[in-house]
Design a protein around this ligand. Structure first.
Ligand code: PLP
Length: 367
């Protein structure tokens, strides 16, 4: 019998481990109501302006989108105050990560560097491409150790990934540090700064490196509609990069990866300033509330500028995770990030945050 041969790097990879779904947990624990605080989604749901856009564009689902999504690029350009020629939309920022790895790094020759732990898509897609992936440990308070990261790089380093604010810790640095790193990288190496959570920072403008991109020349910024804009299920993200790289990426990426509804939904989301402001208000207040209560309950809490909080409970992380599931609350265990004792909770609505704290109190007092 004939068989089908798969490249070896595709066999060895573990798949991305997503948060548990609400339906799974309802079934398993016989619950009628489940709160998901595991995947850093927007606690307010989908913006009403986006819903209207989706409804009124439903009739165009039979059409191909315009290749390269020119209207969306223009809308993003005016939202960010940069030229549209620097912007490449993708099917989530995941698609941009994957495409950049494939056009920047040569399999079996080049390497890619990042901190450990980091967002697993960087390593999964590097390895799938046959590119060596090197990691520098974060320091003990989960801060960035730039020297350690730079020590990993050499003349074959084509990409350095940094997530700012970081996932899962929520740690962030001001853009000056990113600029310094960019200036010290080997020639030809791109610094990819993943700003998926930058919109949740107290002071976005001090964290984001987008305003300095023009003068740097070797930096790419990734942004997503999945978190603050509440469009995780639509799959929409983008990269901001030097014009010649954007031009190359647009020519080689799959032409219709951003579908017609996502394209329109993204433009609608950018118009809905009220939803943006309300999401920020709810998340910043909720973050402070959760931080304070978790500390009061004896947890170690990592200071976060994102829409989630990493914490280490005074009982075993696994036991707390299970206790929360039994009470209908899904958070994210961090075993896959190498922190078996810690959990990550996404900031929810006021009511969800209160339910979470109430359940945490029950679990910790019983333990
Ligand atoms: C959630 C997240 C993203 C967003 O990915 P999408 O593909 O745009 O949904 C990117 N980077 C990090 C670190 C994230 O946590």
């Amino acid at each position: 019998m004939h068989g089908i041969q798969v490249v070896p790097q595709a066999r060895g990879l573990d798949s991305y481990s997503p948060g548990l779904s609400i339906e799974e947990i309802k079934e398993k624990y016989g619950l009628s109501q489940v709160i998901k605080m595991a995947s850093n989604e927007n606690p307010l749901g989908t913006s009403p302006v986006v819903r209207d856009s989706l409804a009124s564009n439903a009739e165009f689902a039979f059409r191909y989108p315009r290749s390269g999504n020119p209207e969306l690029r223009k809308a993003l350009a005016s939202f960010l105050g940069i030229p549209s020629t620097c912007i490449v939309p993708g099917n989530g920022s995941d698609e941009i990560i994957d495409a950049l790895i494939r056009i920047l790094a040569r399999p079996g020759v080049d390497n890619i560097c990042a901190f450990s732990p980091c967002f697993s898509i960087y390593s999964l897609q590097s390895r799938l491409s046959g590119v060596e992936f090197r990691q520098a440990e974060l320091d003990s308070s989960l801060c960035f150790d730039w020297e350690k990261l730079l020590d990993l790089t050499d003349e074959y380093t084509r990409i350095v990934f940094v997530t700012n604010p970081d996932n899962p810790s929520g740690y962030s640095v001001f853009s000056e540090e990113i600029v310094h790193l960019a200036q010290k990288l080997p020639a030809g190496c791109a610094l990819i700064v993943d700003e998926a959570y930058a919109d949740f920072a107290r002071d976005v403008n001090r964290i984001s490196v987008i305003p300095q991109l023009e003068k740097l020349g070797n930096v790419v910024v990734l942004r997503t509609f999945s978190k603050l804009f509440g469009l995780a299920g639509m799959r929409l993200g983008y990269g901001v990069m030097p014009e010649d790289l954007a031009d190359c990426l647009l020519r080689v990426k799959l032409p219709f990866s951003v579908n017609i509804l996502a394209d329109q939904a993204g433009q609608a989301a950018l118009r809905d300033g009220d939803f943006y402001a309300e999401t920020r208000r709810v998340v910043l207040a909720g973050r402070e509330y959760l931080q304070g209560h978790l500390e009061d309950l004896g947890c170690r809490v990592w200071p976060s500028q994102a829409n989630f909080i990493m914490f280490t409970p005074p009982l075993s992380g696994r036991a707390v995770f299970r206790g929360l599931l039994e009470r209908g609350i899904i958070v994210r265990p961090l075993d896959s990030y190498g922190f078996a004792d810690s959990l990550r909770v996404s900031v929810g609505t006021e009511w969800e945050n209160e339910r979470f704290v109430f359940s945490m109190r029950e679990i910790i007092h019983a333990g």
